[in-house]
Design a protein around this ligand. Structure first.
Ligand SMILES: [Zn+2]
Length: 80
């Protein structure tokens, strides 16, 4: 029993829930503000700021296959 692998696999507790994170380079398709929501509809991605995500949610939520919401991050930024 001398098999020292030398590394411990630590599962990332803070890994992102789905897909790559949105960055400051991602812009709302409607107004050009920083995007915090990425919606996938018919295989194409739409980016929205918090305001437009809320505005279009009712219309898009029924046809969207993916709704990646990072608006929580927006409120954290404002609190800091
Ligand atoms: Zn917008």
């Amino acid at each position: 029993m001398s098999n020292y692998a030398g590394h411990v696999a630590t599962p990332g507790a803070d890994e992102l829930p789905s897909g790559p994170a949105l960055t400051a380079a991602d812009r709302c398709d409607a107004c050009g503000a920083q995007a915090y929501v990425r919606v996938t509809v018919n295989g194409s991605e739409l980016l929205f700021c918090a305001h437009h995500a809320k505005k279009h949610h009712e219309k898009l939520s029924s046809i969207a296959t993916s709704w990646h919401d990072e608006t929580d991050r927006l409120f954290e930024d404002q609190r800091a």
